[in-house]
Design a protein around this ligand. Structure first.
Ligand SMILES: [Fe+2]
Length: 257
């Protein structure tokens, strides 16, 4: 319901984009951020609760009202479970309250597609971004074996995959048809906002720009890990890329709660 309330019209967004030119980027027209690493000490994002507070505060300053934070679940490096994530979230929520930082926050996960994840699909409920939508990622360097089969398995179990930052998988750059195939098969697509700013390099920006022009994406996310990400997001104020966001029909606002 609140998503609808905050669903800004094109004119509102453009007015806001203009107003932001001389200050920090204002992303309030998005409403919700749905990809970040803000829970302390459980992945490669915030290390301490102080880090977490700095990062959440910067998202609030940029106008976000809802945060769905997504620690990695990656068995070899960050062996998180629903329990480690929810208990980390509770710690963060307490600290936010104590520091008078007012924002709606919940946790899901960014699941890395590996053998462990394939088992998890059958053995316990996955943490979802929205309804049955689940954020997944995989290796940046090589295509995981059976990728399409894993997507099908998720769908058979009732989930809808959201592919995290499709523009960042280098092996797809020469083989874009595989990205389109995932979309055709019903996957949702999440753009990393900093891909558009050039933060991850020129090639990734070029792919992101191309996919935006094709209306390929459904959501965008900060994928915020540290203060450098926050600074780069803020620095997009008033740029051509900022206006691109203001004019694109991202679905983030429906995630507000
Ligand atoms: Fe991430």
């Amino acid at each position: 319901m609140f998503g609808k309330l905050f669903n800004w019209g094109k004119k509102d967004k453009e007015a806001h984009a203009g107003a932001a030119a001389s200050e920090n980027a204002n992303w309030s027209f998005l409403g919700a951020d749905m990809h970040s690493h803000l829970i302390p000490g459980i992945d490669d994002g915030a290390k301490t609760i102080e880090d977490s507070l700095i990062l959440v505060r910067s998202l609030v300053e940029m106008g976000y009202r809802t945060i769905i934070t997504t620690p990695h679940t990656m068995i070899d490096y960050y062996p998180n479970t629903s329990q480690t994530i929810q208990s980390g979230l509770a710690t963060l929520q307490t600290a936010l309250k104590e520091n008078n930082i007012n924002v709606s926050i919940k946790a899901a996960s960014e699941y890395y597609i590996d053998e462990h994840f394939i088992k998890l699909i059958d053995t316990e409920p996955l943490l979802t971004i929205y309804e049955k939508e689940v954020l997944v990622e995989f290796s940046m360097l090589y295509e995981p074996p059976m990728l399409m089969e894993v997507i099908y398995k998720m769908q058979t179990a009732g989930y809808r995959p959201i592919i995290a930052h499709p523009e960042r998988y280098l092996f797809f750059h020469q083989e874009m048809r595989k990205l389109y195939e995932m979309k055709d098969r019903g996957c949702l697509m999440q753009l990393n906002m900093l891909s558009v700013s050039g933060y991850y390099g020129r090639n990734i920006k070029a792919i992101a720009d191309k996919l935006i022009s094709q209306n390929f994406y459904d959501y965008c996310g900060s994928d915020m890990h540290h203060e450098k990400h926050a600074a780069n997001l803020k620095a997009m104020a008033g740029t051509k890329d900022y206006h691109t966001f203001a004019n694109y029909p991202f679905q983030n606002s429906r995630l507000c709660f």
